[in-house]
Design a binder for this molecule. Structure first.
Ligand SMILES: [Zn+2]
Ligand SMILES: [Zn+2]
Length: 376
């Protein structure tokens, strides 16, 4: 076994460095995960760019990024084994938030609600022992109050790690807006979370599901139809609000905004929502404000606008079970797995910064063969 663990450290914005760390010593309450895959999302790009607001829970730099880890338990303390109900060799999906372990929220398995704050994988100071606090690494430390769940090892790692965006889709398009059979649901943005929101809205029994995308997103919109969308809208083919109103026959009860770096999408969502509509805002805007927000429309229509950052534990577990059930073609959603050495390429690819490359979902898989992105 290698005496050191290879990782990527974000030392400052746009600077991801290769570093090696000593393999940590595991006690009775903690464990060590061998990373099989770490999913990446829009927030990885914002973290990389330094476009995230200072936040009491987050250490901006230096950190090992990677907050969507999936792996195999390599080492486990005796008490951790009991608490988590897993053993060495089990594949587990790991939640990004870990708690203090002493409060009521941690006892409920909701470390995100922990008032004393543990931390978040991918956002914990790399100077804090035992250093391996993120998924862009061969191994990750499992703090005692990690929330994890066993997952079927037969599913390819890049597909299994979709549990994170799928949990977001189930939460944001179904549970949070309380979507029901009478609701028309409009999803803005056809990235991994937008597509997973189609599944969430459909599973909630929505009357109609409409999703928007850009001109280059034709393949993503076709997949959206396969996943259950009734109609798709190319937001660049004309006025997006007018096109959506036409597709829905006047607007929607639920609007889910997953578009990254597009603050005006909130104005669109307000225009699309019908009276008493619920708007769920999920796509971060890189700290850019929305302009000319029609506040009076929010009041006249009595809209609910709800921001979402994470998902409850039970929905994460539902997402894991849904992937294991194999009812949806999740393999079509996973575009590529890239090795640790290409973490930076993966971030740029996902953010659409490489011309001609438009992946849906990417994962960092230590040891994976290099991906020539020009052929992706
Ligand atoms: Zn994420
Ligand atoms: Zn706590």
């Amino acid at each position: 076994m290698a005496p050191t663990v290879r990782a990527r450290v974000l030392v400052k914005p746009r600077t991801l460095e290769a570093r090696e760390f000593a393999r940590p010593t595991i006690g009775r309450d903690d464990g060590l995960l061998r990373i099989e895959a770490c999913g990446i999302c829009g927030s990885d790009y914002e973290q990389y760019e330094g476009a995230q607001p200072a936040h009491q829970d987050y250490t901006p730099y230096p950190v090992i990024p990677g907050h969507e880890p999936l792996g195999v338990i390599e080492e486990l303390g005796t008490r951790a084994r009991q608490r988590w109900g897993v053993k060495e060799g089990d594949r587990v999906a790991v939640r990004s938030g870990y708690g203090c372990g002493k409060c009521e929220a941690c006892a409920r398995g909701e470390p995100m609600a922990c008032p004393r704050r543990g931390g978040t994988y991918g956002y914990t100071d790399v100077g804090k022992p035992p250093y391996l606090w993120g998924g862009y690494a061969e191994q990750m430390y499992l703090s005692p109050h990690t929330v994890l769940k066993k997952m079927d090892p037969k599913i390819p790692a890049g597909v299994a790690v979709l549990f994170n965006p799928l949990a977001a889709g189930l939460s944001w398009a179904a549970a949070v807006p309380r979507t029901g059979p009478g609701d028309r649901v409009v999803i803005l943005g056809a990235g991994q979370r937008g597509l997973c929101a189609v599944i969430g809205a459909r599973a909630a029994g929505a009357r109609q599901v409409v999703i928007t995308g850009l001109g280059r997103d034709a393949a993503k919109l076709a997949l959206a139809r396969e996943l259950g969308a009734d109609a798709t809208v190319n937001a660049e083919a004309g006025d997006v609000v007018a096109q959506v109103r036409e597709a829905t026959g006047g607007g929607a009860e639920v609007v889910v905004d997953t578009t990254p770096y597009a603050p005006q999408s909130l104005n669109h969502a307000i225009a699309i929502a019908v009276r008493k509509g619920r708007i769920v805002v999920a796509g971060l805007k890189g700290m850019q404000p929305a302009k000319e927000l029609p506040v009076d429309d929010v009041i006249y229509k009595e809209l609910t606008i709800r921001g979402v950052l994470s998902m409850p534990v039970d929905v994460t577990f539902q997402a894991i079970e849904l992937i294991e059930a194999g009812r949806y073609p999740f393999e079509k959603m996973h575009t590529s797995s890239l090795p640790l050495e290409q973490a930076e390429d993966a971030i740029h690819m996902l953010a659409g910064k490489i011309p001609g490359v438009n992946p849906i979902h990417l994962a960092i898989v230590p040891g994976a063969p290099r991906v020539d992105w020009r052929n992706t």
